[in-house]
Design a protein around this ligand. Structure first.
Ligand SMILES: O=P(O)(O)OC[C@H]1O[C@](O)(CO)[C@@H](O)[C@@H]1O
Length: 398
């Protein structure tokens, strides 16, 4: 992955002097960034044994988990896979989504991963109860369940009741930073992704963190100038789940004490036809991150004689995409908007590992610059508490 800074207003020496006070290299420790500790061979083996056992009974794995407990795997699955092993995600308690998902599965050939760091998330627990009840009714609980969470949480206890495996999330690794633990690795292994390459990407990102530091510095400097919206715009329909993952990482890590940078998701080229007008000609309150993927598994060519637009003759579809990407870059630059451009060689396990780790490092550095603790999400907990009280019949004085 290559990163290009088309920053309007700041230079690399500005980034260096911004970072100097915080010495980002000294943040690359287990204490400051617990997620840097990638799983060792023994842990990987444990996860792969669980995955292999599930695969004996099932062709499909339904992942039940909210936010950080599912978004990472979902992002990688969408970007890299498309047609690989069958993963389904229940990450909302929309009754339609649950009904539709449970109607389309072959119960005899489906396994379920219930993933929750806390073991108490309302949506996950709700869906889990519905599913377990149905599995009991069909006498299918054996060998089809796995639980992932913090050691000692309620999911571990339930796993014992069903004699099902329990995979632990290291205590110090927060949910939205947990894609390189069993949370992300179990579903990805089940679906036969190349985990070694995924982790290699993460390792390489850790070993070359300078662009992640610079991105944090650049965003921070622009934030100080009132650019408090951070646009994430991949030119790929297969990275929309990545934008969701990014939104949680950026919003929950930084949105504290009246500070933060609002993530805004867009997809090239589709969003050019809805939101781009605002980007180029609206308020100058945004920081732009644009992504381009340089190779596709299939890239159709247009015919020699084309209707309407003769200049399309013999062009590859990717050339049209690239031209639109560059057109947008040019228009944004002309309006003097700050842009960082990412070029991914392909949507592979390696590139996704690199990208996800890159952003996790960057958000911690940005939090330091803002004087914020990147971990925890205390405000979300308030809403969760109210919801539980309503369900317990104690009302809520909203
Ligand atoms: O893994 P858990 O504990 O179920 O939490 C799910 C998600 O809920 C939150 O706590 C709040 O949105 C996220 O930080 C987390 O990823």
């Amino acid at each position: 992955m290559k990163v290009f800074f088309d920053d309007s207003g700041f230079s690399f020496s500005d980034y260096e002097s911004t970072l100097e006070k915080f010495k980002p290299n000294s943040l690359l420790t287990k204490k400051e960034m617990p997620f840097l500790e990638l799983p060792k061979e023994e842990e990987l083996l444990k996860i792969s044994v669980v995955s292999d056992n599930l695969r004996e009974k099932a062709d499909t794995l339904v992942v039940v988990g909210m936010g950080g407990s599912s978004r990472g795997a979902k992002a990688v699955h969408q970007a890299v896979g498309r047609e690989r092993g069958n993963l389904l995600f229940i990450d909302n308690i929309d009754p339609n989504l649950i009904d539709e998902t449970l109607k389309k599965i072959d119960w005899k050939r489906t396994a379920f991963a219930f993933i929750s760091k806390s073991g108490r998330t309302l949506e996950t627990v709700t869906a889990m109860n519905v599913i377990i009840e149905e599995l009991k009714r069909r006498n299918l609980t054996k060998g089809r369940l796995v639980f992932v969470g913090d050691r000692g949480n309620s999911f571990e206890e339930i796993s014992r009741e069903f004699d099902a495996p329990f995979l632990e999330i290291p205590k110090e690794v927060g949910g939205r930073f947990s894609v390189f633990t069993a949370v992300g690795l179990l579903p990805l292994m089940f679906a036969s992704y190349d985990i070694v390459k995924f982790l290699d990407g993460a390792y390489d990102s850790i070993n070359a963190p300078i662009s992640a530091f610079y991105l944090a510095a650049s965003k921070y400097l622009h934030y100080q100038k009132g650019r408090n919206i951070s646009v994430v715009m991949p030119y790929s329909s297969y990275m929309s789940e990545f934008t969701e993952w990014y939104a949680q990482l950026w919003a929950e890590s930084l949105g504290k004490l009246g500070k933060g940078q609002t993530p805004l998701k867009a997809i090239g080229t589709s969003s050019q036809h809805s939101i781009l007008q605002l980007f180029i000609d609206g308020p100058d309150d945004k920081f732009y991150q644009l992504f381009f993927v340089n190779s596709y598994p299939v890239d159709l060519e247009l015919p020699e004689k084309t209707y309407v637009l003769p200049y399309l003759s013999k062009k590859k579809i990717s050339e049209v995409m690239r031209a639109e990407f560059e057109g947008t870059l040019f228009a944004l630059k002309r309006s003097k908007r700050p842009i960082v451009r990412f070029e991914l060689s392909s949507l592979s396990e390696y590139q996704m590992g690199y990208l996800l780790m890159f952003y996790m490092i960057s958000v911690v550095v940005m939090a330091k610059l803002l004087g914020i603790n990147p971990y925890g999400q205390p405000a979300v907990e308030i809403g969760k508490k109210y919801a539980s009280e309503i369900l317990m019949g104690r009302g809520g004085d909203v």
